[in-house]
Design a protein around this ligand. Structure first.
Ligand code: FAD
Length: 406
């Protein structure tokens, strides 16, 4: 039987590999549709392409490597309704949590990309302590957590927290956008951009070009490498690590996401790793971040093996199911796209009519992808967003010097 979680081979066949020239055949174009070029095939670019095309735009998405090859394929995929309340992204997060739910309903229950509501616990784990004896174990700690865990606290319920497999989500959504709404996906590296007289031209490395009425730049942490934007918007990449484990007894693992305060035995700084069991039977563990220069090519991002070692140690301390007998399916790193003020940047770039940007979602890009995509689609096609008030996210705040600090 075909696993509902296998990455569709159809996706591969619907992607156009780099073309020598992107000159459009004017005969083929539907002149009544607004033509939008979306640059970047992470969750933000894909959600934007999906909602733009669903609203009737003719969309071409350009990705330099493969869909969800970077953070959008290596993230945890944890979603929370109200954890951003009181912060500038509160309304974005709430709208997006609900959009994830309705997208899952639209996309066969989200089964193909592991959408599910789940409970979430915070726990304290001290490496130097012994696991509590069975009779004094707290009943709120799921049985598979048999390490020295204490102070359990429910911080999310199936009403307020959920998860997706981020790579499968992003790939499912682009496949739907291609097959149902005619999005064209081009594999190629965006080199430069020209705007003027209400038109945009995207130039691709190797000589191709794509013309449109508007362009959306969703380049994640590579935004700053794009010379045109680097003087207006500064995005820095924060490197973070993760491992994916396949425990032997996957059935023993219950759908409880864990947020840990972890005290290493050497008395070092406490850490805050996260553990997400997935409906695939895999368990995802992440943490260990650092500031590092991002390589040009996402395929060249290598994990730091000391950080991977720490995550493995955390996993086996929390549960014997995640120790030596578990198969290590992935050891990886990727970069969070972060702004100086911690707030995403979503809107039209000052002085560049028809050029929009959507990035800087830091550790909440998978959660906030759908509402960002839906809001940008409205902004580009209707001139304003009803999904979320985007004024707080305006790229103009960097130009005027406002909001550089929270
Ligand atoms: C360890 C870790 C765990 C995380 N866990 C969660 C979580 O549980 N929940 C959550 O909500 N968020 C999570 N995040 C955050 C989330 O992964 C990011 O916010 C999100 O993936 C950013 O998406 P993006 O599309 O902006 O960027 P990316 O995923 O980086 O995509 C950008 C894309 O642009 C392409 N690109 C760049 N330059 C060019 C160019 N010149 N031409 C063409 N293409 C180009 C890249 O190849 C890439 O595919 C996590 C992040 C990390 C690192």
């Amino acid at each position: 039987m075909k696993s509902p979680f296998s990455v569709s081979s159809r996706l591969v066949s619907i992607i156009t590999t780099v073309r020598a020239s992107m000159d459009d055949d004017p005969q083929k174009l539907d002149q009544t549709k607004k033509r939008v070029v979306v640059c970047g095939g992470g969750v933000i670019g894909v959600c934007t392409a999906y909602f733009l095309s669903k609203k009737g735009a003719a969309v071409t998405l350009i990705e330099q490597s493969s869909i969800a090859c970077a953070a959008s394929g290596k993230a945890g995929g944890f979603l929370a309704l109200d954890w951003c309340d009181g912060s500038p992204i509160s309304s974005l997060a709430r709208a997006s949590f609900n959009l994830h739910r309705s997208l899952a309903e639209e996309l066969n229950g989200g089964e193909s990309y592991g959408y599910r509501p789940l409970n979430t616990l915070s726990l304290s784990v001290a490496e130097s302590e012994n696991p509590p004896p069975p009779q004094s174990r707290k009943s709120t700690i799921p049985p598979w957590i048999d390490g020295p865990a204490k102070s359990p606290k429910t911080i999310g319920t199936t009403e307020t927290t959920a998860q997706v497999h981020p790579q499968l989500f992003t790939r499912t959504l682009i496949e739907k956008a291609v097959t149902d709404y005619g999005v064209e996906v081009v594999i190629g590296k965006v080199k430069s951009l020209e705007t003027g007289e209400g038109k945009v031209r995207v130039v691709i490395e190797g000589g191709g070009r794509i013309d449109g009425d508007a362009v959306v730049l969703a380049l994640g942490p590579w935004t700053s490498k794009f010379t045109l934007l680097s003087s207006v918007i500064r995005i820095h990449g924060v490197k973070a690590h993760s491992i994916v484990l396949e425990p032997k007894e996957a059935n023993a693992i219950t759908p409880d996401a864990l947020f840990l305060t972890y005290f290493p035995a050497n008395g070092g700084q406490p850490m805050d790793p996260e553990i997400y069991p997935r409906p695939t039977g895999e368990v995802y563990v992440c943490g260990m971040s650092s500031e590092e220069e991002i390589p040009d090519d996402p395929e060249e991002i290598q994990p730091n093996m000391d950080s991977i070692g720490v995550l493995k140690r955390v996993a086996e301390m929390v549960s014997s199911h995640l120790g030596g007998e578990a198969r290590v399916k992935a050891e990886q790193a990727c970069f969070l796209p972060s702004t100086d003020d911690g707030v995403p940047v979503i809107g039209e770039v000052p002085g560049m009519k028809g050029c929009f940007v959507a990035t800087g979602h830091s550790c909440w890009g998978i959660l906030n992808g759908p509402a960002t995509g839906a809001a940008v689609a409205e902004l580009v096609l209707d001139g304003c967003s009803t999904v979320v008030d985007l004024s707080r996210f305006s790229p103009g705040r960097f130009v005027s010097g406002r909001g550089r600090r929270r």
